[in-house]
Design a protein around this ligand. Structure first.
Ligand code: PEP
Length: 253
């Protein structure tokens, strides 16, 4: 049985005061949640938020990392540094990083490997743009993004990773994929990994991301290959995020 996981991507939002309010409320609710919970604040807040969640079941994740271990890379943060401040997860290949910061499939694959080299669990994001969706190219795009990582890291690395399917047209738009659409792509991803290693494919936790909210979470997470969510906007509201986490047992409990 795959344990569900819900990860909150705060993106570039928050302040120390906002974070304290949000984290206090999450920590209070966390014991009762039926899933692994990961929160991903901006890098500058990782240490402090890490202290706030230290005695709870909430884990800390970063939103990105540098592919290099150390050196002259101004502005960058390495996997070892993220581990050092208490992170145990890192989002890799978010569509905003791919589109706005030119992260290629090859760079994303290197970041995935760098994350694991320090013991971080990568949350690898894949997903098609609206144009690609309209062209019916979803599987082709997702396969290309996955294969870049499979080729560099090998299938065994997916035993220590999470994959998030995030259709770009659904991120921050309020327009989520339907449960059937999400399930179809998740099944495709699982089959692609399982074709290389059936046990790893079966155990891989696959998250859906893209306008997840309390009102649609149960339906999405109820799909057989949807093991939780990667949540942006709704992860900034404690009540809403907790309700999404509660929905993550997907009727399995
Ligand atoms: C995201 O940032 O990964 C995301 C899915 O955002 P939202 O939930 O706001 O669509």
């Amino acid at each position: 049985m795959r344990r569900p996981v819900v990860a909150g991507n705060w993106k570039m939002h928050g302040s120390r005061a906002d974070n304290t309010r949000l984290v206090d409320a999450l920590v209070e609710a966390s014991d009762a949640l039926p899933c692994d919970v990961v929160i991903c604040p901006p890098a500058v807040y990782l240490w402090e938020v890490g202290r706030q969640v230290k005695d709870s079941r909430i884990a800390l994740g970063a939103q990105s990392l540098c592919a290099e271990a150390q050196g002259a890379f101004t502005g960058e943060v390495s996997s070892g540094m993220l581990r050092d401040v208490g992170a145990s997860y890192v989002i890799v290949g978010h569509s905003e990083r791919r589109a706005l910061y030119g992260e290629t499939d090859a760079l994303v694959a290197r970041k995935f490997v760098a994350a694991q080299s320090s013991g971080l669990t990568p949350i690898l994001c894949v997903g098609e743009t609206l144009e690609e969706w309209e062209q019916g190219a979803t599987e082709q795009v997702v396969a290309r993004q996955l294969d870049a990582v499979l080729e560099l890291a090998g299938v065994a690395a997916f035993a220590r990773a999470i994959v998030a399917y995030e259709p770009v047209w659904a991120i921050g738009t309020g327009k989520n994929a339907t449960p059937d659409q999400a399930q179809a792509v998740h099944a495709f991803i699982r089959a692609r990994i399982a074709a290389r290693d059936a046990i790893i494919g079966d155990g891989l936790r696959l998250l859906y991301g893209g306008s997840v909210k309390a009102a649609n979470a149960a339906e999405l997470f109820g799909q057989p290959d949807v093991d939780g969510g990667l949540v942006g906007g709704a992860s900034l509201k404690a009540d809403e995020f907790v309700r999404i986490c509660v929905a993550a047992d997907g009727g399995r409990a």
